[in-house]
Write a protein that binds this ligand. Structure first.
Ligand SMILES: Cc1cc2nc3c(=O)[nH]c(=O)nc-3n(C[C@H](O)[C@H](O)[C@H](O)COP(=O)(O)O)c2cc1C
Length: 306
């Protein structure tokens, strides 16, 4: 299983906390994107800490992801990452945020096969690392992917991860498994499935229905239930492990965040998702979000972890 990139969530803090609690349960992670905003490396460099090898000791092994379509800067950043020891770079062709898609970045490039070809033409031969891509079915239409696949097939990509939604859907609706199944045989690269895997049974169903899929990438599902990848664990033990993990994550946040304010913000960001791993109601979970002092936030969370 592969941990999905989630900006602000599956960063190194989380990847380390997870690996410390469940060593080897997730074999690989793709980092939240490093953005080449306006073709500017400075933005990407601001986030470089997340993938610096010295910061990732003891973390789930990570593949850095780049968001952007400026070939020269892509190659420069990619090759700097290669010098840091990364043999694979992932290209984000899935981000659905409007300010991103409006500039033909993320899933905004999916309706433009010529632009995709032009980026790949200019990037692949100069990139020292190998390239993989993570994409949706399209921005506005699921037919977009069918025009892109012959282009993707022309390049030596390591893998193609597909989240079978449209960019304009954001996270609404359900993944379109029929279209995923139609496009799968057309792709000459290893394909990784991503989207709405919330239980081990969901993952098994995808593998059963699409045996060609080489791996499954999971994002929100791991936060809803960090024990999802663990097999043959009793429900009672699962609950203990979930509590241990949330407690450990909270400790790590406390150690890493520089100020009380940032610590509260980060704790609440994670809490919005991870509370679902506990047998508590949404009304109770929301009480944490109303607390203003770190000691009160922590007191309440630790009460739920008893
Ligand atoms: C808060 C948040 C941040 C995300 N950040 C990224 C990102 O940086 N790069 C990326 O490719 N996808 C990003 N995604 C999309 C996820 O990687 C994934 O494709 C999506 O959540 C569907 O998978 P899931 O249902 O397993 O969560 C993000 C999703 C969320 C909810």
């Amino acid at each position: 299983m592969i941990l999905a990139p989630m900006q602000g969530l599956t960063e190194v803090l989380f990847r380390k906390a997870y690996e410390e609690c469940f060593p080897g349960a997730i074999q690989l992670a793709v980092s939240p994107f490093l953005s080449l905003t306006h073709g500017n490396l400075a933005d990407a460099w601001e986030k470089i800490e997340d993938v610096l090898p010295e910061n990732n000791v003891g973390s789930i092994p990570v593949i850095p992801q780049i968001l952007g379509k400026e070939p020269a800067e892509f190659v420069e950043l990619g090759n700097r990452l290669y010098e840091l020891g990364y043999n694979e770079i992932n290209w984000n062709m899935g981000c659905p945020m409007r300010k991103v898609t409006g500039k033909h970045r993320g899933s905004g490039i999916l309706p433009y096969p010529d632009e995709v070809r032009s980026v790949l033409d200019k990037v692949v031969p100069h990139l020292k690392a190998k390239l993989s891509v993570k994409m949706r079915l399209g921005l506005r239409s699921k037919e977009e992917i069918f025009a892109l696949v012959p282009i993707l097939n022309d390049y030596p990509l390591i893998s193609v991860t597909i989240h079978p939604r449209l960019g304009r859907q954001q996270y609404n609706g359900v993944p379109d498994l029929d279209t995923f199944g139609r496009v799968l045989p057309e792709i000459n690269h290893p394909v990784i499935y991503n989207g709405d895997i919330k239980t081990a049974a969901d993952a098994r169903q995808i593998k059963k229905r699409f045996p060609e899929v080489v791996d499954i990438m999971i994002g929100r599902g791991i936060l809803y239930d960090p024990t999802l990848p663990l097999e043959e664990v009793s429900e009672e033990r699962r609950l203990e492990l979930r509590k241990q993990f949330i407690g450990h994550l909270m400790e790590r946040i406390g150690e890493v965040m520089p100020t009380e304010e940032s610590c509260i913000r980060k704790t609440k960001e994670y809490w919005c998702l991870v509370w679902r791993a506990l047998p508590i109601s949404e009304i109770d979970a929301r009480k944490v979000l109303h607390e203003q002092k770190l000691t009160d936030v922590e007191k309440l969370i630790y009460m739920f972890l008893q």
